[in-house]
Design a protein around this ligand. Sequence first.
Ligand code: PLP
Length: 386
Amino acid sequence: MIPYGRQSIADEDVDAVVRVLTSDWLTQGPLVPAFEQAVAASVGAAHAVAMSSATAALHVACLALDVGPGDRVWTSPNTFVASANCARYCAAQVDFVDIDPLTYNLSVAALVSKLEEAERTATLPKVLVVVHFAGQSADMAAIQGLARRYGFKIIEDASHAIGGDYLGAPIGNGAYCDITIFSFHPVKIITTAEGGMAMTNDSRLAQRMRRLRSHGITRDGGEMQRGSEGPWYYEQIELGFNYRMTDLQAALGLSQHRRIGAFVDRRRQLANRYDKLLAALPLQLPHRTVDANSAWHLYVIQVDAKRTSMDRRTLFERLRARGIGVNVHYIPVHLQPYYQALGFRRGQFPQAESYYANAISLPLYFDLQPAQQDEVVAALRAELLQ
Ligand SMILES: *Cc1c(COP(=O)(O)O)cnc(C)c1O
């Protein structure tokens, strides 16, 4: 089976991790700040806080922005559940903004009308979690303008998008948001096995996120309430977590990060090649906006029901039967039973629902060989042109 995504591990990655195993540090040690500095420098952010997953980083980012009971957090329904769950961890209310049918990112038009309505009913959100779907930036300039007008904070869930850029600058530089989150799950652009990172240009947010990732404990005299009782002394001044990244993970991340340019270039080449090879088939191919360069986490096609009688499920099952490990991203979050129990209903976010009805993610990863990609294309042609 050709998977839809997988990690690329080189000998140098293995060596880097093995070296840590015989060093003094297995948990968070010197390689965590080294990895943080490398990512911060490459995207142009002032601060980076590595964590045990992007989910943990999203949770801590919400807490650092003071999300709590009674607050509202909005996100896209076309995302992994973690983009919404982070608000639920803080006992906030979640709501969704429907997607743009071309980019599959949160629709700015839908956001505008939802904000106008929320202003009338005094139900404006505290935080908007913007997802850069498949690695292509959402329309951040417009969204930032709305954030200023309506007074909400922005977390960019850039789990798909490290290595991508927007208006000529790297995603993660914080020009349009308060905090950006990267994921280093193995199917993402670079991996630390499990792992994530929060980027920010605000030193207070960075300090708060560092404290929250480690039990809410501080060793900084300036933050202490009682003052030091000796060199051993620390204070827990709020309720935090153990969301730390290990040095083993940071060694892998640092080593992978050295090849991020090559990783994204190869994904882009493969995406361009899919575009050419699939052009004649009854499919809607990914739309590229002029202001963004995608990191190409995903290559999503939609079955075009106007041009073929083949439905998504049949095509999906036949591709799987041919050894093509296709996938679907995403089941709209508001349709998940957990969110249905909170009161969301089918039909509420029709663009996300109709996108979901037709979407298939094709295999796309650094080590995907052109011959394997040809196999994917041949299987699609055989099923769609028969
Ligand atoms: C993968 C992913 C996450 C969660 O990442 P983890 O590192 O697995 O916690 C969150 N949001 C989006 C959009 C993702 O794709």
